[in-house]
Design a protein around this ligand. Structure first.
Ligand SMILES: Cc1ncc(COP(=O)(O)O)c(C=O)c1O
Length: 385
């Protein structure tokens, strides 16, 4: 397995900052907001109540029921307790799901560009990543592309919408068609819904948990509190899958992390049940990301050689810099390197996402940082007329 290229970029930024350099870090995949105060308070309440011991491996029934109720209220679902399990963040949810469905030699479809961890999980399971090119459809996967890629060896498709790194959102109807194409051929779908609520209007949050049972049977939702509620460090996530898949994931987790922190589960359950306050916090954060996006994307497109489609979700701009490749730069990594050395701007190279020639800019940072970055990049790349 390879180390996470996004975490490597973040570490580079931290090291530079520690040596006294004023770094503009556009590499972080982490909200720049603090966890809402009332959620912190719930964690304290959980501690006071003595939630300092083991819980069930699947998580507190209260946590799982809160997920069930929250999804029912937001997506009209009718989930059962044996379809929901707690995990330590979205990453463990993805690992649990992949490790319990894959056998060595299985093929796993992964649309490009992908989140760095997907092919690494597949490698860990001794399965094979089979990539689907989506540049023709502007990085928005469709059911025809999936159907054309399926072979008898295909076991699983991994989806991520809104996408890290592209910020593109697959429309709900197309998501359904994709699952139909998979289910008809006995292929499972693992959907990483970590950015579920960061879909900018008119795009809307859409969960594959809301599909009818005969389709949902083939789906595992990997959910996370990290981005939606600005809770990256709390390590709270969950899976929603059929009872058999869920039972297998619980069995696996019973031999690894056991369960996420007890009082964190308590705080998450309370937060989901205080739905109005929680959704108000999410709406405020989404509106701020959207404001930054609306400023940043046109500004990036003003830089010579940069081309960026408008992201409909998440908080990343995925910039095509292939026009700049040639004599001065052999690869997008060289451009990232120059930005770091000349302007102390840290961005993530596209290669780790399967998209050499692209750079990912996170706008989970202040407007001031974004403005400084654009000023610095304009003076590097824009040739005066
Ligand atoms: C697409 C995607 N999935 C999952 C994760 C991991 O989230 P968590 O903190 O819940 O493990 C990230 C974090 O960057 C992500 O971008």
């Amino acid at each position: 397995m390879q180390g996470s290229s996004t975490l490597i970029a973040a570490q580079m930024a931290a090291e530079l900052r520690a040596s006294g350099v004023d770094v503009i870090d556009l590499s972080v995949g982490e909200p720049d907001f603090d966890t809402p105060q009332f959620i912190k308070q719930y964690a304290w309440e959980g501690l006071e109540k003595g939630l300092t011991k083991y819980t069930a491996t699947a998580g507190l029934a209260d946590f799982r029921n809160a997920i069930i109720e929250f999804y029912a209220s937001q997506f009209g679902t009718d989930l059962k307790l044996n379809e929901v399990a707690a995990s330590c963040g979205g990453k463990q949810a993805l690992f649990n799901a992949a490790c319990t469905i894959l056998n060595p030699g299985d093929d796993v479809l992964i649309p490009k560009p992908y989140w760095v961890t997907f092919p690494e999980i597949v490698t860990f399971c001794r399965a094979n990543s089979v990539f689907i090119e989506t540049e023709d459809t502007e990085f928005v996967l469709n059911a025809d592309q999936v159907a054309a890629a399926i072979t008898p060896k295909t076991k699983l498709l991994i989806l991520n919408s809104p996408s890290n790194p592209s910020g593109r959102v697959i429309p709900p109807d197309e998501m359904r068609r994709i699952v139909e194409a998979c289910a008809a051929r006995g292929v499972y779908v693992l959907t990483d819904e970590c950015y579920l609520f960061f879909a900018y209007p008119p795009a809307k949050p859409f969960s594959l948990a809301s599909l009818p049972p005969e389709l949902r049977n083939f789906v595992c939702v990997a959910g996370s509190f990290s981005k939606t509620y600005a809770m990256t460090g709390w390590r709270a996530g969950y899976t929603i899958a059929n009872p058999e898949w869920t039972a297998a994931m619980i069995k696996l987790q019973s031999h690894s992390a056991t369960h996420p922190t007890s009082f964190v589960q308590y705080a998450c359950a309370k937060a989901l049940r205080n739905t109005d306050a929680t959704l108000a916090a999410v709406t405020a954060m989404t509106a701020e990301y959207k404001r930054r996006r609306n400023w940043l994307i046109p500004a990036l497109n003003e830089i010579d050689g940069f081309k960026c489609a408008i992201p409909e979700g998440a908080f990343y701009a995925f910039v095509d810099v292939r026009e700049l490749l040639g004599e001065r730069f052999a690869s997008s990594a060289d451009i990232a390197d120059l930005l770091l050395k000349e302007a102390h701007i840290v961005v993530t190279d596209g290669e780790g996402f399967g998209a050499d020639g692209f750079l990912r800019f996170s706008y989970a940072t202040s407007m001031e940082n974004l403005e400084r970055a654009i000023d610095a990049m304009s003076s590097i790349f824009n040739v005066p007329a």
